[in-house]
Design a protein around this ligand. Sequence first.
Ligand code: SF4
Length: 347
Amino acid sequence: MPSEEEIQQLRRDLLDWFDKHRRDLPWRRTRDPYAIWVSEIMLQQTRVAAVVPFYERFLERFPTFQALSEASESDLLACWAGLGYYHRARNLQKAAIQMRERGAFPATYDEILAMPGIGEYTAAAVSSIAFDLPHTAVDGNVLRVASRIFDDAADIGSAAGRKHLGRLADKLFDRSRPGAFNQAMMELGATVCLPRKPQCLVCAVAQVCASRKSGTQEQRPVKMTGVKNVQEERVVFWIAEAGRVLAWHRPVESKLMPGFWELPERTELPAASVGRRLGAFRHGITFHSYRFEVHEAAAPRDVGLCEWVAMDALATMPVSTVFRKARRVAEASRKERATARSSTASV
Ligand code: SF4
């Protein structure tokens, strides 16, 4: 367990390292609370590299909370399409409407926490980064780093273990530079103190880290409970003709991806006669791993809730990731067949 002097040393070393080596990310070039909030919401379940282009496009399209509050449902979802977890986009807009009504971005931790879609971690991150308020932001990266620095064997898979590790992270927290310290801890967890192979040889806080000293860094954090990954096989239909494709629109009250367009499966088109297999792709959502087969099919006379959608319009419509992946598979298959036909014809 590091002493008080060692913790102070750690704060200095970590902030010094962060000031010199932090990644140049677009949301780190601004103090605009709205932009910082958007980035934190996008980063909730998505990797940094994947977020960057979405963040830039979103801010270009909706540069202020006023602009976001006035966006149409279709515009909002189309701008978010590909990032997944669409409730985040809806909550962003609900919060933007509240901000417009009160005339300003909330400026205290409690007010930020009260906004839709904001938990303790995001409220601490936004309030510390945008307003320098002293709140420790504790996410999975930070819990892992804390468990290693203190060489603590609390179970990160249990609520009690996470609470305990959160208290340890709070002991490390530097209240003189809250935003920078929170980002430094997250940066260390994301780039150096990695889950499987912590890079102790280049770590700025290695001198203080208790698990490095005892050689237990790869056994920390301890995780006793595991969630089973569920595997599922699905078939989607690619039914296209005359520049249109058959699709269905999720109702706005749907729990899953409301307002998004999907390709039909057997549930939507029970009478479709299934044709050639075009390919397959994988898609993961939390603990579900799906394998989708894409098949051509003949449209039945009654297409039920499906509609013919112009292929040209898809780019500006909120279409699901499964839809986009299936479309890529169908187009790759079409190109392959065209190449095979032209080589046969030239023989
Ligand atoms: Fe993580 Fe190793 Fe640094 Fe400790 S010394 S914080 S285990 S990278």
